[in-house]
Write a protein that binds this ligand. Structure first.
Ligand code: SF4
Length: 357
């Protein structure tokens, strides 16, 4: 059951003075205006009208878009006053915002504390200096460690966002970034594959051949390796890949270049993790695959069942080809945790369980 909901408030690029190669917010902002207090209040009320009857334990107001702490302190205060009003009334539980690592200093942190902000997400994107430079991030990795530490010292929940496949990036650098993220012990993380949006420097770099977008398979593979490191360290990854609604902010009628955007990117990654887990168990238990029993069960919890099957039944097709002589049944086992997969041989007692052939 859903226990958590976010009320997203999109603040266009106005807080950000940078121009990262992959970002088109500067152009979008030229065509859009920051929401007024009344517009934000209206948005919050619309969300609350459906969320409040559900009595969810956690509802957050989250400021997304540019770089919140790049706004003037007066502008930040104006937005935060409104958010705090809802928090003080008990209608939302948390205030959440995202910003750049170099827009953090004691005056900003004191102000965020004053308005009882809970979570600050840093758009880190990479811990590799060359990748940061080629992406025109405008800060170095040292700035990330400094800001992350300051945020934690002030008692904020830290979030870290990483991107996969930026200019100069490699699988090794992505793995390095995932390990560095873990070393900072954030409360939450996000991973986004790099998407070539129109009206960006990255788009020009792609057209000129200076940058080649990752293939979808490469993006999924790299992200999967990062997820293993980050989730393996017990850090909650709240988002993998952009939602289609987030592409709205990429511009009307925009055409994406490359194939790294996929509406079910997280399922692709989690499906690969499921396949990998089942394949490893299969090969550990039956190193000579010809000794497999006639029938086996692949089991998961109900919430991970679609990952086990794979996007468009990719995993089912894969295993049907890998072990064609074995009948594999896909079942739900309520004793299993999310993203836990097991293989069973004995199907005698499984008949009451949900089956999918
Ligand atoms: S810091 Fe964020 S908002 Fe600013 S240019 Fe880079 S991606 Fe865009």
């Amino acid at each position: 059951m859903k226990s958590h909901a976010i009320i997203p408030i999109f603040i266009p690029h106005s807080g950000c003075r940078n121009d990262c190669v992959f970002c088109n917010q500067r152009r979008i902002t030229a065509r859009s205006q920051a929401p007024t207090q009344n517009q934000i209040r209206e948005t919050i009320e619309v969300y609350l009208s459906t969320l409040e009857p559900q009595s969810l334990p956690t509802v957050e107001i989250a400021f997304y878009g540019g770089s919140f702490t790049g706004l003037t302190l007066e502008e930040q205060t104006e937005y935060l006053t409104l958010a705090q009003e809802y928090k003080a009334a008990g209608r939302v539980r948390k205030i959440h915002l995202s910003t750049r690592p170099d827009y953090i200093n004691p005056a900003i942190l004191d102000n965020l504390k004053r308005f009882s902000v809970d979570t600050v997400e840093l758009g880190v994107q990479s811990f590799d200096e060359r990748v940061l430079r080629l992406s025109n991030r405008g800060h170095d990795a040292a700035q990330v460690y400094k800001s992350a530490t300051q945020l934690q010292e002030y008692g904020f929940e830290l979030g870290i966002q990483l991107m996969v496949g930026l200019p100069g990036d490699t699988l090794e650098k992505d793995i390095f970034s995932a390990k560095e993220l873990v070393s900072l012990r954030p409360s939450i993380a996000r991973i986004y594959p790099t998407i070539v949006l129109p009206e960006t420097k990255l788009h020009q770099m792609t057209l000129s051949g200076e940058y080649t977008p990752l293939s979808l398979d490469d993006a999924v593979y790299r992200t999967k390796e990062m997820v293993k490191i980050i989730e393996g360290a017990g850090i909650n990854i709240i988002r993998i890949g952009l939602k289609s609604s987030e592409l709205i902010h990429s511009g009307e009628g925009s055409t994406l270049t490359g194939e790294t955007y996929h509406p079910a990117f997280r399922q692709l990654v989690e499906g690969e993790l499921a396949r990998e887990s089942l394949e490893r168990q299969l090969e550990d238990r039956w190193p000579l695959l010809e000794n497999l029993p006639d029938r086996i069960l692949f089991a998961s919890s109900s919430e991970s069942f679609s990952n086990m099957i794979g996007h468009q039944k990719k995993n089912k097709k894969y295993f049907a080809e890998k072990v064609p002589c074995v009948k594999i049944e896909y079942v739900i086992d309520s004793n299993l945790r999310k993203n836990q997969y097991t293989i069973k041989e004995d199907i005698e007692n499984e008949s009451s369980r949900n089956r999918h052939r």
